[in-house]
Design a protein around this ligand. Structure first.
Ligand SMILES: C[S@@+](CC[C@H](N)C(=O)[O-])C[C@H]1O[C@@H](n2cnc3c(N)ncnc32)[C@H](O)[C@@H]1O
Length: 265
């Protein structure tokens, strides 16, 4: 049965960020067993370790309460700005940043990235690095032409966004519009580093089911180009394990790096 679209108000009201982390990012979680998380971490590591993407400010769009997307980038940017529409997500993320007891345990994810970097034992330093680099948590709405309204920030050197637009948008048109909106936050010549899942229509958080627009690789690539980017890398990993199909029906994970053109055609 087709699922009704769940938009930003559903996220504000019904999205439980801690339940989301528990069902997706624990060792049994759907995004872990399905291969998504390690695929993103490896790709983020190689992307940032190449040294080509670095700078002053990085903005992450639709952060949720996640920190995995910062683990490599935090070594290459002076400041990371996290953002989300949901106040509860920002509060949960802030709790982790402030080391409040009982927050989600990201240590196995952090150790995995430290191992990629050559020293698994440095994971506590890595957590501290994330805590000092993520300096701001901002309300954001990708459906607005300035997603950070009422703030107007200088354009960033890099944008990250994982699993957000496909959750926030009702159809391909609104996806393209949201992509243009977030692109306004990026400097010409800056990089968009993004990832998500292909072929997914839904995912569960507690008892609530959230909709996704079903993304396919060809559409994604053309949407990115139409938004004024040159795609530098688009990698796809088929889902490696189907045990958590009741949580989410994704078929593959994608990781994409694109550069915003300096002159838009
Ligand atoms: C599937 S979660 C992904 C969270 C995180 N990026 C991750 O990879 O775990 C989707 C996120 O998009 C956020 N979101 C939904 N609609 C939004 C909107 N209109 N503007 C900004 N964020 C939105 C939700 O609050 C939620 O945190």
């Amino acid at each position: 049965m087709a699922l009704d679209f769940t938009g930003k108000e559903d996220y504000q009201k019904d999205f439980d960020p801690r339940a989301h982390l528990d069902i997706q990012y624990t060792p049994e979680g759907a995004l872990v067993t399905g291969g998504y998380l390690s695929f993103m971490l490896k790709n983020l590591f190689t992307t940032f370790a190449s040294g080509a993407i670095r700078g002053d400010t990085l903005i992450d769009i639709g952060s949720g309460a996640s920190i995995y997307q910062f683990l490599s980038a935090c070594e290459f940017f002076r400041e990371i700005i996290a953002s989300d529409y949901s106040d509860r997500c920002l509060q949960e993320l802030e709790k982790w940043l402030k080391k409040v007891r009982g927050t989600f345990d990201w240590s196995s994810t952090v150790k995995f990235v430290c191992e990629l970097e050559g020293d698994r034992e440095k994971w506590t330093e890595k957590e501290e690095r994330v805590r000092t680099t993520v300096t701001r948590l901002l309300k954001c709405d990708v459906t607005k032409s300035n997603p950070l309204e009422p703030l107007t920030l200088p354009q960033a050197d890099c944008l990250l966004s994982f699993l957000c637009l496909q959750s926030a948008c009702m159809d391909p048109e609104s996806f393209c519009s949201a992509l243009r909106n977030i692109t306004s936050l990026l400097k010409p010549g800056g990089y968009l580093v993004t990832g998500g899942v292909l072929g997914a229509s839904r995912y569960k958080v507690g008892q609530k089911v959230f909709s996704n627009i079903v993304l396919e690789k060809d559409f994604l690539e053309s949407a990115i180009c139409d938004a004024g980017y040159v795609v530098e890398r688009l990698d796809v990993l088929p889902r490696v394990d189907m045990t958590a199909l009741h949580v989410t029906d994704f078929k593959a994970s994608f990781f994409l790096v694109a550069r915003k053109q300096t002159v838009v055609k």
